[in-house]
Design a protein around this ligand. Structure first.
Ligand code: DAH
Length: 342
């Protein structure tokens, strides 16, 4: 039995030392030390050994086993090292190669313009709020003093949402957010409300069925038209430059009285007249006015105690002007070549 043991050991050691792969090494281990391995088999022969010899033979087997295990470990380490070294040789990094370029995203011109407008008004103490895009007729029209027979409610302009009650629509203006804010009952109010609006318009260079507006509303005691003018003139200077002058033209909106449109001096020619401002020197940028007493009343605000002003502008219009883009469609096409410029 001793000789057999010696034989197994010698064979195992030489096999292990010659072995050059982890899989083969494992096979060798199983064939010797495994359940059906040679050494295990040999142990089964113990019952034929004389009882007084058994401890000694047992010790020899254990020693052989320990030695084989030790050599197995050494070989495993040797093979792993060889594999590592081989990999290092093939995985050489050529540090002189140009790095692959990571493409950075770009902010959309609408986003840049909106952030600019928000920054200006937040700086004046305004809060930025949001309202629903799917709106009730009441908020989009009625509470803004736009009666049922007003032409702005024409089905040609408004997207009505099929509903049992027939008064749900995609908002055509952000002005409804004024009503939501007034209904909260917390005064004073100083807010802007940017958001998407929808109109049944054909797409062209200046129209889109979906675009964005920024609404503004201030309500407090003793608010006058002078506050409106001062605020919006300051806004125009902050947005288009210190030299910008403003002009208010009388206009009509159902929810404000008096109402006006505000023009700014053309930032391209400074007011002399050019192709950009179509020779007039002025560019229209927003609608505004003093909140109509009837509108205040409908939202439970006493017009004898509180007054306010409101304004609304098209975000795309601001972005187009600021970045001298001549076709609104460019803002929606997501052409990377266009967006990359911002
Ligand atoms: N909602 C108006 C529109 O879509 C814009 C507007 C005009 C908003 C005057 C206002 C305002 O708040 O005072 O044409």
């Amino acid at each position: 039995m001793k000789e057999k043991l010696e034989q197994i050991k010698e064979k195992a050691l030489s096999q292990i030392q010659d072995c050059d792969s982890a899989e083969k090494l494992n096979e060798i281990k199983v064939s010797i030390l495994g359940k059906k391995g040679e050494l295990t088999d040999l142990l089964k022969g113990m019952r034929d050994v004389a009882p007084q010899e058994r401890p000694k033979v047992g010790q020899l087997v254990n020693e052989a086993r320990a030695e084989i295990e030790k050599v197995l470990e050494e070989s495993k380490a040797r093979i792993e090292k060889a594999v590592r070294e081989a990999r290092m040789k093939t995985e050489v990094i050529d540090v002189t190669l140009p790095a692959s370029k990571t493409e950075l995203g770009h902010r959309h011109p609408n986003t840049i313009a909106l952030e600019e407008v928000e920054r200006i008004f937040v700086g004046m103490g305004y809060e930025v709020v949001e309202g629903p895009e799917v709106e009730k007729d009441y908020y989009n029209f009625e509470a803004l003093n736009i009666p049922a027979d007003h032409p702005a409610k024409d089905e040609q302009d408004t997207f009505y949402v099929a509903s049992a009650v027939g008064d749900i629509l995609l908002r055509t203006q952000t002005s409804g957010v004024q009503v939501h804010e007034m209904e909260k009952g917390k005064l004073p109010i100083r807010m802007i409300a940017p958001g998407r609006v929808f109109r049944s318009d054909e797409v062209d260079a200046t129209h889109s069925p979906s675009f964005h507006q920024i609404e503004g509303l201030v309500i407090d005691k003793h608010i006058t038209f002078a506050d409106l003018k001062g605020t919006l003139a300051e806004f125009a200077r902050a947005l288009f430059g210190e030299e910008t002058k403003v002009k208010f033209r009388p206009h009509h909106f159902p929810f404000t009285e008096p109402s006006a449109e505000m023009d700014v001096t053309c930032f391209k020619c400074g007011g002399k007249g050019c192709r950009f401002c179509k020779g007039s020197g002025w560019i229209e940028i927003l609608g505004c006015g003093m909140v109509h007493p009837h509108v205040l009343e409908m939202s439970s605000i006493d017009p004898e105690e509180y007054t306010g002003f409101a304004f609304g502008m098209g975000l795309e219009r601001i972005a187009l002007l600021k970045y001298e883009i001549d076709d609104m469609r460019l803002l929606y096409e997501n052409d990377i070549r266009f967006l990359r410029q911002f």
